[in-house]
Ligand binder design. Structure first.
Ligand SMILES: CC(C)(COP(=O)(O)OP(=O)(O)OC[C@H]1O[C@@H](n2cnc3c(N)ncnc32)[C@H](O)[C@@H]1OP(=O)(O)O)[C@@H](O)C(=O)NCCC(=O)NCCS
Length: 169
């Protein structure tokens, strides 16, 4: 059964890490990792953090802007780290950062980062309240503050998109 305990939880409790190996089936004809495959892994890494924080079923509500800042190649490890930056009512902002690791050179390169919004839901898909996040480190506090600004922007953009949709013939 999902947990209904709304006691605030430290950001560190949601921290998650997953590692994937880039295989030929994950790549384009230039042997670079497919963007879609990376987005899939990022969604899963983000969902892990959201599940750990909410201790509930969650769904992806939105993903903010996503840049692929460098490419990953066949044979690289893809390291994905995620944590819940801030919880609101039923939604949470999750940050995900991704590196490509070349284990032959013992070198990691930043590949992508993104903010995901997850919503905790019950079995019928109805939004459910989530516990607040307690940021502890200076970095967590910085992400916590930024999350409030980003949410305002995100919801304002959603409103614009809604209005555009409803004014279309
Ligand atoms: C996400 C979803 C549950 C929101 O339901 P809704 O009826 O719009 O609910 P509400 O308007 O009450 O919003 C619930 C929360 O989601 C947030 N939210 C909804 N859409 C959002 C969006 N596009 N971006 C950011 N936050 C969003 C709201 O701000 C609200 O947050 P809060 O409770 O913390 O204040 C619903 O749209 C849904 O089920 N979408 C499909 C999800 C899905 O299938 N994902 C892919 C597979 S996991």
């Amino acid at each position: 059964m999902p947990n209904s305990d709304l006691t605030p939880r430290p950001a560190r409790d949601s921290q998650s890490e997953m590692t994937e190996l880039v295989l030929p089936n994950d790549t384009n004809p230039l042997h670079g990792l497919l963007g879609g495959r990376l987005m899939h892994w990022m969604d899963i890494a983000a969902a892990m953090a959201a599940h750990r924080h909410a201790r509930h079923y969650v769904v992806t509500a939105s993903v903010d802007h996503l840049d692929f800042v460098s490419s990953a190649r066949v044979g690289n490890f893809i390291v994905l780290r995620s944590s819940v930056n801030r919880a609101f009512n039923t939604s949470m902002e999750v940050g995900v950062k991704v590196w490509a690791e070349n284990y032959l050179l013992n070198k990691r390169t930043h590949v992508s980062s993104a903010y995901f919004t997850f919503v905790a839901v019950d079995k019928e898909g109805r939004p459910q309240l989530v516990p607040q996040v307690i940021p502890e480190t200076p970095e967590e506090k910085h992400r916590f503050e930024g999350a409030a600004r980003r949410r305002e922007h995100r919801l304002a953009e959603r409103e614009i998109r809604r209005n555009n949709r409803s004014s279309r013939p």
